[in-house]
Design a protein around this ligand. Structure first.
Ligand SMILES: Cc1cc2c(cc1C)N(C[C@H](O)[C@H](O)[C@H](O)COP(=O)(O)O)c1[nH]c(=O)[nH]c(=O)c1N2
Length: 256
């Protein structure tokens, strides 16, 4: 393989665009994980998750980017049935309150949705953010304090994708009063409960987001969300078409 410095491209029969890109198979695997990842609520199997597998997905989470390399996350494993039952009761209370926010047919659909797998998933995992992990001044967080929270969310996404590649489902449950999680899991005040996740092997991964299948909400057209230099100024038609085509390919699980 050779690099043509004038165009900064690798010239090779293998069809690589540049010397840093993954092989086709590796790249396909990354996109496959992204497009086939699902929020899992109702398909958990009781099969135990081997420690090796759990260690791999937690390591993936720990290698997420973080503001000022703060690594504000911790990973609180919840595996005892009794603690899960308390968490589930907290969910049920909050979920009842949430259902009341919708009216008529919308409320009926809401009540039909299964929005957690707390008791069925063998592992529940709380990913947190320690707002004091790296002292009062953190590179990149001086003006926007929420950057540490965003960093913990990056860890969540790493774990979610790694889990998909392991055949493990992940479901995010956020229908809680934060104080309930704090009380049940003894979190000190500086610790923010960022993501309560249900984790385990699954009978199957659904093709589409469950909220899409339930008619709650559809995936938005990407081309309408990409702007050109100014808020809501559309990009050129050619790029809009390429974006639409890629969204269709992703939805139909065709190769990129
Ligand atoms: C911050 C956050 C919080 C929640 C979620 C996600 C995220 C990112 N999601 C999952 C959400 O409904 C799901 O991601 C979308 O419906 C899209 O589906 P897929 O994840 O693509 O399957 C989610 N799902 C659920 O059943 N109960 C919940 O409380 C939550 N909470």
């Amino acid at each position: 393989m050779k690099t043509d410095p004038t165009v900064n491209k690798v010239i090779s029969l293998a069809g690589y665009q540049n010397e840093h890109e993954f092989s086709d198979a590796a790249r396909d695997a990354i996109y496959h994980a992204i497009f086939s990842r699902r929020d899992v609520r109702g398909q958990f199997l009781p099969d135990p998750v081997p420690q090796e597998v759990l260690a791999r997905v937690l390591t993936a989470a720990h290698f997420a980017p973080s503001v000022g390399y703060m690594q504000p996350w911790s990973f609180l494993l919840v595996r005892e049935a009794e603690t899960k039952a308390r968490i589930h009761a907290a969910f049920q209370q909050a979920n009842q309150e949430a259902a009341e926010k919708f009216e008529g047919e919308r409320q009926a659909i809401y009540k039909e949705l299964k929005l957690e797998g707390i008791r069925e998933a063998p592992i529940n995992l709380l990913i947190t953010c320690d707002r004091d992990r790296a002292g009062p001044v953190v590179i990149g967080r001086t003006h926007i304090k929420a950057m540490d929270l965003y960093s913990s969310v990056c860890a969540v996404q790493n774990l979610w994708l790694a889990a998909r590649s392991e055949g493990l489902g992940v479901g995010w449950v956020s229908i809680f009063h934060q104080q309930a999680l704090r009380d049940i899991l003894s979190l000190p005040p500086r610790i923010i409960p960022v993501a309560y996740l249900c984790l385990g092997y699954v009978s199957h991964f659904k093709e589409k987001p469950e909220l899409e299948s339930a008619g709650w909400r559809q995936r938005l057209p990407l081309a309408d969300l990409v702007y050109d230099g100014q808020w809501e100024k559309p990009v050129e038609e050619e790029l809009r078409q390429v974006l639409s085509e890629h969204q269709a390919r992703a939805q139909e699980k065709r190769r990129f």
